[in-house]
Design a protein around this ligand. Structure first.
Ligand SMILES: NC(=O)c1ccc[n+]([C@@H]2O[C@H](COP(=O)([O-])OP(=O)(O)OC[C@H]3O[C@@H](n4cnc5c(N)ncnc54)[C@H](OP(=O)(O)O)[C@@H]3O)[C@@H](O)[C@H]2O)c1
Length: 304
């Protein structure tokens, strides 16, 4: 099984590349090595590269910047994925593409399933939704994996910012009225191979269940449970204390979404994704976000 990963320098792409190095024949392209905005360059490079599975973890992910760079957001997050899907289709390869909980408007109050209607409220969300549609219009055996609140060691995210602030300050705060589910990049790396297969022939993978290998379309995957940013931050600080990671701040006070004056883009208030379909397809339930966060802090912050 030959795998190519785009966005190999990003938070998720780097985690996938590291995890798959020992298990598959894998190559990664970072931003400097492959520019998604240059679709002709993408065609040239990928048509001459041999692979069974193409994983696209590259995207224009700055939600606020997307608001003022609409054309670029659509080029990278929507048009480039269409081109990737077409290249894969022509080669008989499977495209696995990452999308986001931000395709939803956030008005629901229970986890979103794959059959819920998308209704993005930001340019980022719109461009990512258009990317999903473009891919699935090319071939329904490609896989679009929606994730949320990714954290991992390869690029700092919310959790790292909170720990740093708690190390430098006696008080920290976080938004208490916005809800999703943190997702460990390592857990995404572990779940994905069940879905590896050659798109043209189907069932050609050597790992996981046939139902997963044959699955195409949209799939939600996050660590189990849900929380606000305040609860996420509080749990991170609780883990630090438990695991002997020195922090000054012990409790996280509440901010309101309306206090986030610097945000340009609208963000969904509630964007928890249900991994029920994933669990049914694979027979595996994701571990809880609390377990995943604790594991991350133990591995990358604690000397215990
Ligand atoms: N992080 C989250 O919480 C989250 C939540 C939901 C969904 N997702 C989705 O998950 C996927 C991975 O996200 P991530 O957290 O790993 O994001 P990330 O750390 O920002 O990584 C994205 C990667 O894409 C690269 N990139 C940006 N523009 C590019 C372009 N024009 N051509 C080629 N490469 C380009 C970036 O390179 P440079 O940094 O060098 O520009 C970076 O390496 C994305 O599809 C994202 O939409 C993420």
């Amino acid at each position: 099984m030959k795998i190519v990963i785009l966005g190999a320098g990003g938070r998720l792409g780097a985690a996938l590349l590291r995890d798959y190095r020992d298990k598959f024949e894998v190559a990664g392209f970072n931003h400097a090595q492959l520019e998604l905005a240059d679709v002709d360059g993408v065609r040239t490079k990928l048509r001459s590269t041999d692979f069974d599975v193409l994983i696209n973890a590259a995207a224009f992910t700055n939600v606020d910047l997307c608001e003022t760079q609409r054309d670029l957001a659509f080029l990278i997050n929507s048009e480039a994925p269409r081109v990737l899907a077409k290249i894969c289709q022509d080669k008989g390869a499977k495209l696995i593409h990452f999308s986001t909980d931000y395709v939803f408007d956030g008005v629901k109050r229970e986890p979103y399933t794959e059959s819920d209607s998308a209704n993005p409220i930001s340019i980022y969300g719109e461009s990512k939704r258009a990317g999903e549609e473009n891919i699935l219009a090319v071939g329904d055996r490609h896989l679009v994996v929606r994730v949320s609140w990714i954290f991992g060691p390869d690029r700092p995210s919310f959790i790292d910012a909170i720990i740093k602030r708690a190390q430098e300050n006696e008080q920290v705060d976080a938004v208490a009225d916005k809800f999703s589910a943190p997702t460990y990049a390592r857990d995404v790396a572990e779940m994905l191979p069940s879905f590896f297969a050659r798109a043209a022939v189907g069932g050609g993978g050597d790992s996981g269940h046939k139902a997963a290998r044959d699955y195409g379309g949209i799939l939600h995957f996050t660590n189990a449970g849900e929380c606000s940013w305040q609860e996420y931050a509080q749990w991170a600080l609780d883990c630090c204390q438990e695991l002997g990671v020195s922090v000054q701040a012990r409790t996280v006070s509440a901010l309101k979404l309306k206090d986030m004056k610097n945000w340009v883009a609208r963000r969904p208030v509630y964007s928890v994704l249900s991994s029920g379909n994933y669990a049914q397809l694979t027979g595996v339930s994701p571990r809880t976000w609390r377990e995943a966060v604790s594991d991350y802090i133990r591995r990358f912050y604690s000397k215990k």
